[in-house]
Design a protein around this ligand. Structure first.
Ligand SMILES: O=C(O)CCC(=O)C(=O)O
Length: 374
């Protein structure tokens, strides 16, 4: 990361190709890549900037507003308006590229679509289909970021050998040179690569419509999970760091069993069975405030999702956080169903008798432990 003024960055982008330092390999080509221009200069923001003419209906702002209202109802309308403007403008980034400045092939985070508008200069873009992912040789970068990319590929589309092997593997490369004033759309999951052929200025904006809205939800809940996680830790009420003892009791479930979340509004999915591990994402209630997850392996209080979570990684969920003061987060659906079934199958007279006995004893019908809400 290099620090410089905007004027210096512009000067560098305009002139760096005039000497041969980079060409000789004596210095890398620097790229001002993904500058939060509208956060830095909010006076330049105009709510029309992130609009897309035509049939695409971006839902980024309206859906974010709904998610905020549902999950953070204490915010006032003005606060919400302000947050939405910040959100929208934070998704638009500026790129100032010298000749040869490259953005390696990658997929955008959170299933976002992106439009990239070339304001100045000419840029070569190479795109590959999501279904060709394995041929792009994806490497997941560590952790997950709020913006930018989590998935980059090893493929260098300009390397003649890579082109040959792409041809042999049946990998389709879609290439175009973007002229000033032209915009390219990289839909959710499409791999994209860019190289500046002349000095360039590009505006990029991530957005979501009805096709990839789930990605926006994931991003929202993941962010919320992180904020809460951090706050809990800072206040000392969060989960203690628990290093998973991989020799601890392991139980394999074959066939896998189903659990449902008890935890509202979501449960974290971590990449390791440790409370301080990366949050891969969150499981959201899909219906009636609950979501069902299938589990194949248990290590102490941790459950591994049977289905790979978030682009191929298995996620770990805390099943019973009693020891950690977290309360019960998950419960076995099979157990709940079995108890319910017993009650359902009981003849009405017997059921009434049971209820009377319970009431006479001053007991309550046992309920699942109430989850801690956060
Ligand atoms: O350098 C570029 O123009 C591409 C930027 C890009 O692909 C991105 O930010 O997702």
């Amino acid at each position: 990361m290099a620090e410089c003024t905007l004027r210096e960055a512009m000067h560098y982008a305009r002139t760096s190709h005039l000497d041969t330092t980079c060409e000789r390999g004596d210095a890398p080509v620097l790229y001002m890549n993904g500058w939060d221009v509208f956060d830095a200069l909010p006076q330049l923001w105009d709510s029309n900037i992130d609009q897309i003419p035509g049939t695409i209906q971006p839902l980024t702002v309206s859906e974010n507003r709904k998610l905020n209202q549902a999950n953070l109802p204490q915010a006032s309308e003005e606060e919400l308006d302000d947050q939405m403007v910040r959100k929208a403008r934070g998704l638009c980034k500026l790129f100032i590229g010298a000749v040869g400045a490259v953005t390696r092939i990658h997929q955008d985070n959170s299933n976002a679509h992106a439009w990239l508008c070339n304001i100045r200069g000419r840029k070569l873009y190479v795109l590959c289909k999501p279904s060709d992912s394995s041929k792009v040789a994806p490497v997941a970068t560590s952790g997950s970021k709020a913006h930018g990319t989590k998935y980059s590929g090893r493929l260098d589309p300009l390397d003649p050998l890579a082109q040959l092997s792409a041809q042999r593997n049946g990998l389709q490369l879609f290439a175009t040179v973007l002229e000033p004033g032209q915009t390219i759309l990289a839909p959710d999951g499409w791999w994209h690569y860019a190289v500046s052929l002349t000095p360039t200025i590009t505006l990029m904006c991530n957005f979501w419509d009805r096709i990839n809205l789930f990605g926006l939800h994931d991003m929202f809940y993941e962010h919320l999970a992180r904020v809460i996680d951090t706050a809990r830790r800072e206040q000392g009420v969060g989960p203690k760091v628990l290093i998973a003892d991989m020799n601890a009791t392991r139980v394999t479930h074959n066939p896998p069993i189903e659990y449902q979340t008890m935890h509202s509004p979501f449960v974290y999915v971590r990449d390791l069975p440790r409370t301080d591990a990366n949050v891969l994402g969150v499981l959201r209630p899909s219906s009636k405030d609950r979501c069902i997850v299938t589990i194949d392996l248990e290590v102490d209080g941790w459950l591994r999702t049977a289905e790979p979570f978030d682009k191929g990684q298995h996620g770990w969920l805390l099943a019973h956080g009693g020891k950690l003061g977290l309360g019960v987060l998950m419960q076995k659906v099979s157990v709940v169903n079995a108890a319910q079934q017993q009650l359902n199958m009981m003849p009405p007279a017997e059921l009434l008798k049971l209820q009377k006995q319970i009431a006479a004893a001053g007991l309550q019908v046992p309920k699942a432990e109430q989850p801690e809400m956060y």
